[in-house]
Design a protein around this ligand. Structure first.
Ligand code: ADP
Length: 543
């Protein structure tokens, strides 16, 4: 072998902000603050503040490898922490404040966070939890002196006071690119949350790959409204990808209702935004009521759960905004697949494109996927065979924090996602269920997601969940639990005959129960575990 003669540089997260500071110094980061007003700064200013922060971490006793927690909305100070903490060699643990309180103390203790940075909003939450957080040495409140709250927390520091003493010319250290940079916990819908530990290397490669045209297609012409929380899977990587591509970055703080989101999309001339379907339901509802438009928006990235067909049609046909449907998870950093139409599919008419648009899309370079049966045999890419979805690649987890047995990844190196999917001959992957949610009826699998999508396709249904109920003859049969849309009327017979139009006879649910609301978890997704508990005594009328 002959060695290549190119320079070796460790892939460092700090290099992203250093680049933006130097080459896109005047590009803005705009934040709606917890205190109220809109805050504006540039990458040059933000880079300096991230250096000050990195330098001042020493005064808190933080050194390389120590874990630093955040409980914060999307904003410029949280972005500074993304760079200041990881860039200094410490590890950023972005805590999801929507976890239940036992899960919050579990993840903060499990990650061994030594310092907690928190927005004003979360001070009461921390006060209630502080007794159970023995390892936290300091609480840094992410505000200025003027807004510092009265609090019962010990060792409280004001963020602006802290960074004032830091060196704005701090030099970012260079170290092993495989060092941990950040930790995110899965939302733990089964058992305790599990810690996924990203490295500088995995983050840099994910950021570069996610920017390409078949990824998020980012460029310096974009103004990006980042609605995906910075506490959810590294904000889908966009807190890194935006500065890397010189994009203007708009951070909405705690206000995620339709009107507040629309205000920012309009005032900051946003061309791209990213969020889960629930957020877009609120926005499209607001647009319909107010008659407002989306004049600057070109693309919207939707993931985290399946995009309803009505949402794709609404964005594309009513507002001329391209929908990019994406799939991923905490364990995949998160990007795994994105939906872009290949040229022969672009030639089809819109109706014929729709079944493809509803899929989760194709793998991007850097992460490979496959579907397998229960014996780990790969299944055909025929769009019909469905099996366990597995992933492998540069930014896929190799094991959870503290899990010495390393149960996450099989001996062949494939990570089992817990999703069930098909892959069609063009490589478009379609999630048909979570392994634990699929309904096993008489040896056949019934997709709960397929029935839910059909149910919400009825105009009188606002939200629906389908769960398995034990059945003496068939093992399990599907039950629909649905919420009726405001001002609409529907009964069980009508909903079942609507479903019967698109389902085989044996797939039609055995019953429907209407409820006022469905339970949701920390990331806004349906909490089917809770629903199954709520319906544990339920019996079908016929059994
Ligand atoms: P958590 O595991 O904390 O709920 P994740 O973001 O890691 O949060 O969730 C990952 C799971 O979300 C995936 O395994 C998949 O089941 C679901 N998911 C993500 N994106 C999509 C999508 N576009 N369509 C359907 N399901 C999705």
């Amino acid at each position: 072998m002959i060695q290549g003669l190119m320079q070796q540089q460790p892939l460092m997260i700090s290099s992203i902000i250093e680049f933006a500071e130097r080459w896109y110094p005047d590009v803005e980061v705009v934040s709606r603050t917890v205190e109220g007003p809109i805050h504006r700064c540039t990458y040059k200013e933000l880079g300096k503040r991230a250096r000050r922060l990195a330098d001042s971490l020493k005064s808190l006793g933080i050194s390389a490898g120590d874990s630093v927690g955040t409980l914060a909305w999307n904003g410029y100070r949280h972005l500074e922490l993304y760079y200041g903490v990881s860039g200094s060699g410490a590890v950023l643990h972005t805590v999801n404040p929507r976890l239940f309180s036992e899960q919050l103390s579990y993840v903060i203790n499990h990650a061994n966070d030594k310092v907690m940075f928190a927005d004003l909003t979360f001070v009461p939450l921390l006060e209630a939890l502080a007794d159970q957080l023995p390892n936290i040495e300091h609480y840094v409140i992410m505000t200025d002196r003027e807004h510092m709250p009265e609090t019962t927390l010990n060792s409280v520091i004001c963020y602006e006071d802290l960074i004032k003493s830091g060196d704005p010319d701090y030099q970012w250290p260079v170290f092993d690119e495989n060092s941990a940079s950040s930790i995110c916990y899965t939302s733990g819908t089964t058992g305790n949350p599990k810690g996924v530990v990203y490295s500088h290397r995995s983050t840099l490669i994910h950021t570069i790959a996610s920017s390409i045209p078949n990824g998020l297609n980012l460029s310096g012409s974009d103004s990006v409204l980042l609605v995906v929380p910075q506490f959810h899977v590294n904000s889908w990587g966009v807190s890194y990808a935006a500065p890397m591509n010189g994009c203007k970055l708009v951070l909405p703080g705690p206000a995620m209702d339709g009107s507040s989101i629309h205000d920012l999309l309009e005032s900051e001339k946003c061309t791209l935004s990213l969020a889960v379907p629930t957020i877009w339901m609120m926005l499209t509802g607001f647009l319909r009521e107010s008659g407002k438009k989306l004049p600057h928006m070109k693309r919207v990235v939707i993931g985290g759960s399946a995009v309803p067909e009505a949402m794709i049609r609404c964005f594309e046909q009513e507002y001329d905004v391209q929908v990019i449907h994406a799939w991923g998870m905490t364990e995949t950093s998160p990007l795994g697949t994105l939906n872009f139409l290949m040229p022969h599919l672009q030639e089809l008419d819109y109706e014929a494109q729709m079944p493809i648009k509803l899929t989760q899309g194709k793998s991007i370079f850097g992460v490979d996927i496959r579907i397998v049966d229960d014996n780990n045999n790969p299944l055909a890419h025929d769009g019909i065979a469905f099996g366990r979805l597995q992933a492998k690649g540069h930014w896929v987890t190799s094991g959870y924090l503290g899990d010495e047995d390393n149960k996450a990844v099989g001996s062949d190196g494939w990570f089992d996602t817990g999703d069930v999917a098909t892959i069609n001959p063009d490589g478009y992957m379609m999630i048909t269920d979570r392994t634990k949610d699929v309904i096993k009826s008489g040896g056949e699998w019934i997709s709960s997601i397929e029935i839910e999508n059909l149910a919400v396709g009825h105009p009188a249904i606002a939200e629906a969940a389908v769960i398995a109920i034990p059945h003496p003859k068939w093992d399990e049969r599907p039950l629909v639990v649905a919420v009726i849309a405001d001002g609409q009327e529907i009964d069980k017979t009508k909903l079942l005959s609507h479903l019967a139009e698109s389902l085989a006879k044996w797939q039609i649910p055995d019953d429907v129960v209407f409820v006022d609301e469905l339970p949701h978890g920390a990331t806004g997704k349906l909490n089917k575990l809770k629903l199954r508990e709520d319906f544990s005594d339920y019996k079908f009328p016929t059994t």
